[in-house]
Design a protein. Structure first.
Length: 103
């Protein structure tokens, strides 16, 4: 695959970020040579932004995974040990229980 084909394929991948972050992305993307000479200087900003977007997307997937595991844990507790939710320290108790399980 040539450099121009790779550049075209990456150019086709459009990050799905909110427009409100455009200024941030423009600020953190290294623009390189603005004279228009050389493909690498233009390519670097696209690739850097693409990689940042992928990093953020992966971070969100991991956070969603942790949240879903937590909700699954709470649903199991709700279904099987509903009485525990009457304790005002229910979540402190759950955290203590989880800490003891990990030791």
């Amino acid at each position: 695959m040539s450099n121009s084909v790779l550049k075209y394929k990456i150019g086709q991948k459009r990050p799905r970020h909110k427009e409100q972050y455009r200024s941030l992305i423009d600020s953190i993307s290294v623009k390189g040579n603005t004279s228009g000479k050389g493909d690498f200087s233009a390519f670097g900003a696209f690739y850097q932004t693409y990689m940042i977007d992928n990093f953020i997307a992966e971070l969100f997937r991991q956070m969603e995974g942790y949240a879903n595991a937590g909700f699954e844990y709470l649903q199991d507790k709700w279904d099987n040990e509903k009485i525990e939710f009457q304790d005002p320290f229910v979540f402190v108790n759950f955290l203590e229980e989880l800490r003891n399980c990990s030791n």
